[in-house]
Design a protein around this ligand. Structure first.
Ligand code: KIV
Ligand code: ZN
Length: 391
């Protein structure tokens, strides 16, 4: 892996699937896993095998199916979880066990009623035990976002000594500001002995709408893996959206960071996940929302028709969207009407356009959006129709 490559760890089927009411069956998970593999993700977190027989079965089936990506199973720092995960992953070409424990003061005090030293020992032992099954072991320090940096660095050192290949630094509660999360990653890069033996992973939740920004700050400061989900789905306000981090890195080549993702598949995958889980994607969702490449104000439409780049930073085809949409509303101008009329077969002169535009505005004031059928009706009922049909 080059130092400019950011690994994409997809957790749609684990953290993403924790959305209430969105449980997938094994069949649906296999379809998504196969597409994720084709998309070029580096790691697929397939589930939490000890959590239920169904999850075990899914992780096992995904392990058998996936050709290229590493397949990963989640565990707590509990021996039986790790043993069960190893069993579920045994057919994977590239298996990874993802084990960990809460490291923040609040998790240690209230969740575990324990001490920092005890937690560190449990973390070390869990990684050591996981290493007896697989070479690739990722450790998560749950609630790292609210964990004291100095203690976090000591935990990271301990698990590297036990053989961890990846250190996951989750902002579990979505609390950090981008500058804080970036500084945390920088601190670990500079202060953890043996850090060159592992890579740091960003796992950011979106409670304050900062998951994507935090993940990007993380990789700018030295992390080389991002954990994310398609459409940003996940617990509460969700996880970092895969399509967002991939396209941010692609749109900012000066960062000199990129992923292996085939971005033209992003829109299709977004649709597949949304349909399989029955979660509708908000229209203004970045990259994959229905309005991400739709223009409805006259000023913008005029610009986009003259040159797409005036109001679009991404070519829709690069993310699998056929073309930009010029939506006709009462805010649209003549340029947009002429453009859409031409698409349905009418080449209007300037005078004809003036004539049709007046009826268009009357029509548009009564309707939210003007369809192709409406354009036909407006033109057919106008004075210019006879001229057009005799041309
Ligand atoms: O958000 C989190 O801390 C997690 C861990 C289990 C990795 O999902
Ligand atoms: Zn999470």
């Amino acid at each position: 892996m080059s130092n400019t490559n950011v690994q994409i760890f997809d957790t749609t089927l684990r953290d993403g699937e924790q959305v209430p009411g969105c449980k997938l069956n094994t069949e649906q998970k296999l379809i998504i896993a196969e597409k994720l593999d084709q998309l070029g993700v580096d790691v697929i977190e397939a589930g939490f095998p000890v959590s239920s027989p169904g999850d075990f079965k899914s992780v096992e089936a995904i392990s058998k199916l996936v050709k290229n990506a590493t397949v990963c199973g989640l565990t707590r720092s509990v021996e039986n979880d790790i043993k069960v995960a190893a069993e579920a992953l045994k057919y994977a070409k590239k298996p990874r066990i993802h084990t960990g424990i809460g490291t923040s003061e609040s998790h240690i005090k209230y969740k575990f009623r324990s001490t920092q030293e005890d937690i560190m020992e449990r973390a070390y032992k869990a990684v050591k035990y996981a290493k007896s099954f697989v070479e690739d072991v990722e450790f998560y320090a749950e609630d790292a976002g609210r964990t004291d940096n100095e203690y976090l660095a000591r935990v990271c050192e301990a698990v590297i000594k036990a053989g961890a290949t990846v250190l996951n630094i989750p902002d579990t509660t979505g609390y950090c500001l981008p500058s804080e999360y970036g500084a945390k990653i920088k601190y670990l890069m500079e202060n953890v002995k043996g850090i060159e033996k592992a890579i740091i992973s960003c796992h950011c939740h979106n409670d304050l709408g900062l998951a994507t920004a935090n993940s990007i700050e993380g990789v700018i400061n030295g992390a080389r893996q991002i954990e994310c989900t398609i459409n940003g789905i996940g617990e509460r306000a969700g996880n970092t959206a895969l399509e967002e981090v991939v396209m941010i890195l692609r749109q900012h080549p000066h960062l000199n960071l990129d992923t292996n993702i085939k971005s033209e598949m992003l829109y299709g995958l977004s649709q597949l996940v949304s349909e399989s889980m029955g979660i509708y994607t908000q229209p203004n969702k970045a990259i994959v929302g229905a309005n991400a490449f739709a223009h409805s104000s006259g000023i913008h439409q005029d610009g986009v028709i003259k040159k797409r780049e005036t109001y679009e930073i991404i070519d829709p085809k690069d993310v699998g969207v056929t073309e930009s949409a010029i939506v006709l509303t009462a805010r649209s101008g003549r340029a947009a009407l002429a453009y859409r009329a031409k698409k349905v077969g009418y080449e209007l002169t300037k005078l004809q356009l003036d004539e049709v535009y007046a009826s268009f505005l009357d029509f548009a004031d009564k309707k939210k959006e003007i369809s192709d059928d409406d354009i036909h009706q407006i033109i057919e009922e106008s004075k210019v129709y006879n001229e057009l049909s005799s041309q």
